[in-house]
Design a binder for this molecule. Structure first.
Ligand code: B1M
Length: 229
């Protein structure tokens, strides 16, 4: 070990979180995994680790990607490091023992391969007691419809991170309408370039700004559905 190597476990919480932002930026998966384990061992909630260490770090990566300081290979490494941390948090977030709330089929739309946000939504939904069927990335309309019917889902979730792929959400909703299936499912949409107005315009039930909002919105909708029955 070099003399100036940083020993993560010797940093206080604030220093460690800042170091994790740097490590995420540098795509250091093992260091991120170690940092996540240290924070959990110090009594941090999985949700706080996720939002304050990982998501906040990824926001910095996003800004520098936008500004042309980071490029695709570096961002892929950062995403890989983030996934390493998320894999540790996933079972912890799901451990809440919450009662089964309902079932959601979720995927990133056709033409789009961004999946970190979607994975986060899946994890948080599972943690809140929803059963989640994750369709992965680059999903054409038939994937959503087939899976929703096969799984008897309550909710269809769609994610898009590109302004060029977000209109595809309307293609999926229009197909559901054409096939007389629209009212069978609650449709939630999310992703950085979307907003509420877009959600309304394409005929979704709700736009979800982040994973926590997705969970709350899904819970509210399921409760309303049960009250109507
Ligand atoms: Co991409 N990328 N990317 N990228 N990438 C963005 C989205 C971009 C904004 C970067 C930038 O320029 N600032 C930009 C889009 C610009 C635009 O459309 N206006 C962009 C671009 C241009 C591209 C490429 C075209 C680059 C290229 O090749 N020249 C290319 C496209 C490939 C494709 O999809 N066809 C590309 C590729 C990539 C990587 C492969 C390198 C990598 C993805 C790795 C992966 O996902 N496995 C990548 C990444 C990592 C990003 C940024 C940096 C980070 C995205 C992310 O993971 N954020 C991103 C910049 C940014 O968003 N700031 C960028 C963290 C995540 C937790 O947030 O996904 O927003 P987010 O999810 C949130 C909410 O949005 C919401 O909840 C989540 C958690 O709170 N949410 C939902 C998301 N989905 C939901 C679904 C729901 C509910 C809520 O359903 C119910």
């Amino acid at each position: 070990m070099a003399e100036d190597d940083i020993i993560l476990s010797e940093l206080d919480d604030e220093e460690l979180v800042l170091q994790m932002h740097d490590d995420l930026y540098d795509g250091l998966k093992e260091e991120i995994e170690e940092g996540v384990n240290i924070l959990i061992a110090r009594g941090w909630t999985p949700y706080d680790v996720l939002t304050k260490a990982l998501v906040a770090g990824m926001t910095i990566v996003g800004a520098d990607f936008r500004d042309g300081i980071l490029f695709v290979p570096e961002v892929l490494l950062a995403a890989n490091a983030m996934k390493g941390g998320m894999a540790i948090l996933k079972p912890l977030l799901a451990e809440t023992g919450a009662p089964r709330m309902g079932k959601m089929v979720i995927g990133t739309v056709k033409g789009d391969i961004h999946d970190i946000g979607k994975n986060l939504v899946s994890m948080m939904m599972e943690g809140a007691g929803f059963e989640v069927v994750d369709l992965g990335i680059n999903n054409p309309v038939e994937n959503y419809i087939e899976a929703a019917q096969r799984e008897e889902a309550d909710i269809i979730g769609m994610s898009a991170l590109l302004t060029t792929t977000m209109p595809y959400m309307k293609v999926v909703i229009d197909a559901l309408v054409e096939q007389g299936l629209r009212d069978k499912y609650m449709i939630l949409v999310g992703g950085a370039p979307l907003n509420e107005e877009f959600g309304r315009a394409i005929g979704a039930d709700a736009y979800c700004r982040d994973a926590a909002v997705a969970v709350q919105t899904a819970k509210d909708m399921i409760a309303r559905k049960h009250n109507q029955m």
